[in-house]
Design a protein around this ligand. Structure first.
Ligand code: AHE
Ligand code: ZN
Length: 379
């Protein structure tokens, strides 16, 4: 038990008051966790494009005011009644994809998309349809069930996992979204060993796909990005080839070029851009008869993908995954151990550091071509 157990904690949080507004550091009151909830002292958080997407106001589901953030690392401060999966002092990663092990989705064995808290999570609320955050008595929305841009946050017990305390939280916080999403999309897809892979986009997700493809021993890993500076990054992470589509001859489409240089197309492709035109190119770069293209990048709401149905009739598969298909409570501890054993890269993604007071600058960093991930020190 800590001194704060059962009490409201007043701490600093970065609040977005309205669509398109910069974040404002506020004194926020964080209520104690109710039954099956966990209050976490957040020490570090990454910034992901999804935080920026919602901040910008382009997300039609965006709710304001809100405390964004979903790539966090912290320590359990207190737990509500009935919580048995984590305890005070545990080092934890909040999960925007919960894992209750009881709902139809969890029990299906077919998906990581747990439904236990998803509806209220989408409303920016805890499962009792209220918020644990207030500023001067005014409720502030939760975000993605995590709200890691607060020094203290409250999450559902199904939305948090304890990990090896030897792992530095300033690094493994990144396993809360990007790196895990990429890792899962590759390692949970059977058949990549000995196969050819192309990844479109060499940001955090794309580099994660490259790293994971080396782990499962893909035979060739072609990285595609319009930023020439990404070649060095892609090669460092294990890409065998790098192609900048803007350097192809006039009128030459990237998918046609890839099909030519790979004797008919790739066995597996991944979109890590969120651009629907790139998603099409990734599908059409697949080999006839068996190529599989996975959408990982998140497109803006309302966007649609298209291709000729012939592409599918002739044996290409178009699929996607959320959080890499990873069941967070079951699988993240092992991923953290793989990182500690030197098998999975994490440190290399951190190109920028920011103090909490500079979190808006961290958003600007993200737009630079030289930024893979910016980690914010919440102290
Ligand atoms: N709101 C968008 C879709 C957003 C989306 O796809 N979100 C990703 C996580 S983004 C992480 O940076 C996801 O995994 N979603 C699964 C879920 O359950 O929300 C739209 O198009 O409407
Ligand atoms: Zn994210």
């Amino acid at each position: 038990m800590s001194d704060t157990t059962g009490k409201v904690i007043t701490c600093k949080a970065a609040v977005c008051w309205g669509a398109g507004e910069p974040l404002k550091i506020e004194d926020v009151e964080v209520a104690p966790p109710k039954a099956h909830e966990v209050r976490i002292h957040i020490l570090y958080t990454g910034i992901c494009h999804t935080d920026e997407y919602t901040r910008s106001g382009k997300d039609p589901e965006g709710l304001f005011p809100v405390i964004l953030g979903h790539e966090g690392g912290g320590i359990v401060e207190s737990v509500g009644e009935g919580v048995t999966s984590v305890k005070v002092g545990d080092h934890v990663i909040p999960l925007y994809t919960a894992e209750c092990r009881e709902c139809k989705f969890c029990k299906s064995g077919k998906t990581n998309l747990c439904s236990s808290v998803r509806a209220t999570q989408g409303q920016g609320l805890m499962t009792d349809k209220t918020s644990r955050f207030t500023v001067n008595g005014k409720p502030v929305h939760h975000f993605m069930g995590t709200s890691t841009f607060s020094q203290y946050t409250v999450v559902a017990d199904v939305s948090v996992v304890a990990v090896n305390p030897k792992a530095p939280l300033e690094k493994v916080c990144l396993l809360g979204c990007g790196i895990t999403t990429a890792w899962g999309a590759v390692v949970k897809q059977p058949g990549i060993a000995g196969s050819t892979v192309a990844v479109f986009g060499c940001g955090c997700i794309g580099l994660g796909v490259i790293n994971a493809s080396t782990l499962v021993k893909a035979s060739r890993i072609i990285a595609v990005d319009t930023n020439p500076a990404k070649e060095a990054w892609a090669k460092k992470f294990g890409a065998t080839d790098f192609i900048n589509p803007t350097t192809l001859p006039e009128g030459k489409r990237i998918q046609d070029y890839l099909v030519e240089i790979t004797d008919g197309g790739l066995d597996y492709t991944f979109d890590a851009t969120g651009n629907v035109h790139v998603m099409r190119a990734a599908l059409e770069a697949c080999h006839k008869g068996w190529g599989v293209s996975t959408v990982i990048g998140v497109a803006a709401a309302g966007q649609e993908i298209s291709t000729r149905p012939f592409q599918l009739v002739t044996g290409r598969t178009w699929r996607g995954s959320a959080f890499g298909g990873v069941k967070g409570r079951t699988e993240l501890p092992g991923l953290v151990d793989d990182y500690l054993a030197g098998k999975v890269r994490v440190d290399e993604y951190v190109t920028h550091h920011r103090k909490f007071a500079e979190i808006n600058e961290g958003f600007h960093d993200m737009h630079g071509g030289d930024c893979i991930r910016c980690v914010v020190d919440m102290s």
